[in-house]
Design a protein around this ligand. Sequence first.
Ligand code: HEM
Length: 227
Amino acid sequence: MWRSKSGIVTILLLSLFYLTLLPFLVHAVGMIGIGLSHDAADQSYLFAQDHVVGNAAMMLHISAGAVLVALVPLQLVRGIRQRFNRFHRGLGAVLIALALVTGLAGMIYVPLRGTIGGPVMSVAFFLYGVCLFTAALMVARMALSGDRNGHWKWGLRLFWLALGSWLYRLHYTLWYLLTGGLWSEPDFSGAFDLVQNFAFFVPYLVAVQIWIAIRHAAHREPLFRSP
Ligand code: HEM
């Protein structure tokens, strides 16, 4: 009974997630289409005339990032992890590769082209890239060395970081619905925008850390239990 209840909750949460992700994915595919067009620079500020490396980095970034955010929730579904262990491992390797490419391409783009929000956004997004890249490397390292606790902790961090771009847009959507866009400016210079530069990944990393510490204290046992 409990198992089927939790299964239904998982399906509901996943459906809600994919419903809210859909507009973002459509946008990402649209941006890739623009990037491939001959007049990309006229259609979006993300691309610049004769800026091959920056344009390629952005294309790679959007492509890998979109697949990453769409696939990452499946990695935490317990039913899949327990029943299809080989799928979990295969998907894990794919997610790590996607996170490395997304983070690296973003970190190449930022110093080359900057961001629409200026220096604070550039610093924040670069830091986000460092976190995503590091978490992906650490998940791989922990898996290869057979450290299941470490793998679980870094996996959780990578999970929330991989969801970051979705959380960023979710925060904005909810804020605009609630306040009509208070403290938010078109050039991202508003107080909300400045906080938001960090608020889509730093608090989630802190929450994961607190949760890990609480579980450590409560159980005093390995945090990861094999299926
Ligand atoms: C799952 C993770 C990610 C996804 C799905 C994603 C997706 C995207 C998309 C679709 C855009 C185009 C936005 C637009 O049309 O305005 C974009 C822009 C950008 N992304 Fe990411 N991204 C992710 C992670 C990252 C990371 C880790 C970094 C940092 C290294 C980063 C840095 C940037 C930058 C600098 C821009 C251009 C910002 C601007 O000036 O508007 N992203 N990303």
